[in-house]
Design a protein around this ligand. Structure first.
Ligand SMILES: Cc1ncc(COP(=O)(O)O)c(C=O)c1O
Ligand SMILES: NCC(=O)CCC(=O)O
Length: 429
């Protein structure tokens, strides 16, 4: 029963476009009415009708410590009691920069912002300022936030709503973004052969999480590193989703690549609104006031967000020593395995991936490696599966073209309950 949510959604639609503050929340890919959150507790989310869900959406990735983790709540309360924003520097900001630099070797200096969108938008400006070049290369189905230059063949909600290009983005801006298929090394090389000396940067999700969870094929990221270096273009790893989630040093640590600029968001804010970009010292030196590339923010480096993020990162550093990321991946793999087993035994085409604290489930027979294949997946079946899981008390991403997320506080019991729910839901699909 989700009557209170039904009423809340009716009211919300009168006063907010689509009833939501971010399109992906509106369930457009799966139909039906979104449920409204009342509270979260560890791995669980409770809606305003009192239903409990094991949560694999986790606020779209930030909550690697689950909901309302006592240490993060305490850090935020203590920070709030001292003041919520100052507009002058705090030592918390330096601590955050030092923490990121210590965990991610390619990052030598950092600038905090308020969202992943701000981080990628600023990273593009920086890459253009540094190189003096015009073009940005992105991959079809990757989503890097909603800055004009990045709303081109984007994944996530943009793909769900079928918007290859959003109205309102000036065509001159869109034309400066070149797109090629994910995992296609030949396409990247061909593009560089043609336009290499005009390309400022390649921006990539080192594990894609916005066309479902799609892994880089072996050699893909290395090839991007090589071709960009060869043409004096920059490589931007967008680790807004993967940062501190697929491993303590992000996907770049896991796959052994050294980008020039990295963008962060989600986990780095411990559940509060944050983003960051950082990278090589000589590049970051261009950012104002040290250099001429302007970028600013009234609430950037906000003390509540810094306190929450620092607490999350500190706990991750400790937990990583105890095998946290291996445990997250084992949990993700258990969910993928249950999904693949349940489908295969019934002759339904299925596949999936798990990496660190991310996973993806596809109603598609082969391994999904790019946006085209992700889009070929059976959407109607996913919608039925999604709603079956929701009715069984498990909240997955409301689109097959989104990733699933795990937290450190999902225990074996929740994973077991989830794999049983998968089997039960397939028996009725
Ligand atoms: C890889 C990636 N980059 C950038 C963004 C944009 O971040 P935000 O929604 O915080 O603006 C997202 C998600 O939204 C993302 O998944
Ligand atoms: N994969 C999609 C996101 O991470 C973004 C969430 C949002 O736009 O609200």
């Amino acid at each position: 029963m989700r009557e209170a949510s039904e009423r809340a959604f009716q009211a919300a639609q009168q006063v907010m476009p689509g009833g939501v503050n971010s399109p992906v929340r509106a369930f457009r890919a799966v139909g039906g009415t979104p449920f409204f959150a009342d509270k979260g507790e560890g791995p669980f989310l409770y809606d305003i009708d009192g239903n409990r869900y094991i949560d694999y959406l986790l606020s779209w990735g930030p909550l690697i410590w689950g909901h309302a983790h006592p240490e993060i709540v305490r850090a935020v309360q203590e920070a709030a009691a001292k003041g919520t924003s100052f507009g002058v520097p705090t030592t918390l900001e330096t601590e955050m920069a030092e923490a990121v630099i210590a965990l991610v070797p390619s990052v030598e200096m950092v600038r905090m912002v308020n969202s992943g969108t701000e981080a990628t938008m600023s990273a593009l400006r920086l890459a253009r300022a540094y190189t003096g070049r015009r073009y940005i290369v992105k991959f079809e189905g990757c989503y890097h936030g909603h800055a004009d230059s990045l709303l081109v063949k984007a994944g996530s909600g943009v793909a769900t709503l079928g918007l290859p290009d959003s109205p309102g983005v000036p065509s001159a801006t869109a034309e400066s973004t070149l797109t090629i298929p994910y995992n296609d090394v030949d396409a990247a090389k061909a593009l560089f052969a043609e336009k290499g000396d005009e390309i400022a940067a390649v921006i990539v999700e080192p594990v894609a999480g916005n066309m479902g969870c799609v892994l880089p094929v072996p050699g893909f990221l290395q090839a991007l590193r090589e071709v960009t270096a060869e043409h004096q273009a920059l490589l931007i790893c967008d680790e807004v989703m993967t940062g501190f989630r697929v491993g303590l040093s992000g996907a770049q640590g896991r796959f052994g690549i050294t980008p020039d600029i990295t963008t962060f968001g989600k986990v780095i804010g411990g559940g509060l609104p944050v983003g960051a970009y950082g990278g090589r010292r000589d590049i970051m030196a261009l950012v104002a006031p040290q250099g001429p590339m302007y970028q600013a923010g009234t609430l950037s480096g906000n003390p509540l967000a810094m306190a929450a993020g620092l607490t999350a990162l500190r706990m991750l550093k400790e937990a990583a020593k105890e095998g946290l990321y291996e445990r997250l991946e084992a949990h993700g793999q258990a969910i993928v395995d249950a999904f693949v087993r349940a489908g295969t035994s019934r002759g339904i085409a299925v596949s999936g991936h798990a990496i660190g604290g991310m996973f993806g489930l596809f109603f598609h027979g082969g391994k999904v490696t790019n946006y085209r294949e992700s889009s070929e997946s059976d959407k109607a079946r996913y919608a039925a599966f999604f709603h079956g899981m929701l009715d069984s008390g498990v909240s997955l991403a409301p689109s097959q073209q989104e990733a699933g997320f795990l937290s450190a506080v999902h225990s074996e019991a929740e994973i077991e309950e989830t794999t049983q729910a998968i089997e039960k839901v397939f028996s009725r699909l």
